[in-house]
Design a protein around this ligand. Structure first.
Ligand SMILES: *Cc1c(COP(=O)(O)O)cnc(C)c1O
Ligand code: SF4
Length: 343
């Protein structure tokens, strides 16, 4: 993960990006949190820096160290624990790079890591150790990536990921999308992003302009883990994306202490739907070093999903999946014993 300063320009979202809270002391003070959290936060912040945009900060309840939004961003001493089975590249991304910046693991879909930068740093992120500086298709490095996509006619969908592609400016993104539109076999453009959730004014006229004009079908997969992440500004951003013809989906990560109960997951699905977003995936945590305290076991996860099925219409139940290095797709996580035997 690259941390550093973002250039300040005219667009208000750039100011929000630049004004993110990156100092543990400032975060604790702003939220009226106990001082004993500071020393570990500072230590762990050196391994993977704190970054919280202010629109997201405003949704965190002050004075509650267990707030589910806070837990996603506050560096804790728990990240220093060394757990067997947790590694720096848990999903085999380094091995899957076809050319720098292109991850081509699944048939018909290729993923471009367009930037290493994110607007928010999520403590559970599987890319927290990823060497983006060497694996980055953006800037002047995306020509070889485009050449790879042009040469493989089986690719129907290009996924812009990162980092977070919406930390890039619209001039850069519309250039890239223009190059993709030239490839006759590419029909769909997908963006994996958390920016509209944490800095909703990123969805501005300049973004909507190129999204509305592209000849590709556009899918935006948001990343929301808890219902309280969607306030009116986020719902507004979702509405503008939908008006531009974008299909909106959500992927969440199942996280202990954040959303690992049936009530929280039900509320998340309901709130997503109100904002015009359908739940797509609920991911099992990737086993990345430093995130073991967020893990939820498979049996419990499958039980939570059963509870959701009992409470929600089928279209509001996300697919519970895990990623396995070398697999042909995300793998479904099923209840133990489900579908076995002659009934
Ligand atoms: C998750 C992922 C995709 C997308 O998978 P879908 O099941 O289509 O959402 C594509 N490429 C890579 C490398 C991925 O990790
Ligand atoms: S926004 Fe996505 S890629 Fe960036 S730190 Fe959070 S989970 Fe990871």
């Amino acid at each position: 993960m690259i941390h550093g300063t973002f250039p300040t320009g005219q667009a208000p979202w750039r100011a929000d990006l630049a004004a993110a809270v990156c100092d543990p002391e400032e975060l604790l003070r702003a939220l009226d949190l106990p001082e004993e959290l500071l020393a570990p936060a500072r230590r762990v912040h050196r391994l993977f820096p704190l970054r919280v945009p202010r629109p997201y900060l405003a949704r965190i309840a002050p004075g509650d160290p267990h707030d589910p939004l806070l837990r996603q961003v506050l560096p804790l001493d728990l990240e220093e624990a060394v757990e067997p089975g947790y590694s720096r590249d848990p999903v085999g991304d380094l091995a899957a790079q076809a050319v720098p910046g292109v991850l081509h693991k699944y048939e018909g879909r290729a993923l471009l890591t367009t930037t290493g930068a994110c607007a928010i740093h999520c403590r559970y992120c599987f890319r927290r150790h990823f060497p983006y500086a060497k694996a980055n298709a953006a800037r002047d490095r995306w020509r070889p990536a485009i050449a790879h996509l042009a040469a493989d006619r089986s690719i129907r969908e290009v996924i812009l990921s990162g980092g977070d592609p919406l930390t890039l400016g619209d001039d850069k993104l519309s250039d890239l999308v223009g190059a993709l539109e030239e490839l006759p076999h590419v029909k769909r453009l997908r963006l994996h992003t958390r920016v509209p959730v944490v800095i909703p004014n990123r969805v501005d006229e300049a973004l909507l302009d190129w999204l509305g004009r592209t000849s590709l079908a556009v899918v935006v997969v948001l990343h929301v883990n808890h219902a309280r992440e969607i306030d009116e500004a986020v719902a507004g951003a979702c509405g503008r994306l939908r008006q531009a013809g974008v299909t909106l989906l959500n992927q969440a990560v199942l996280l202990a202490g954040v959303n690992d109960d049936a009530g929280a997951l039900t509320d998340l699905s309901e709130r997503l739907f109100e904002a015009g977003v359908l739940p797509y995936y609920l991911h099992m945590l990737d086993r990345v070093a430093g995130a073991a305290h967020f893990a939820v076991g498979e049996a419990r996860a499958a039980g939570l999903l059963e509870a959701l099925r009992a409470r929600l219409p089928g279209y509001l139940v996300p697919r519970l999946v895990r990623e396995e290095a070398g697999a042909a797709a995300k793998l479904p996580v099923l209840a133990v014993g489900a579908g076995v035997g002659c009934r």
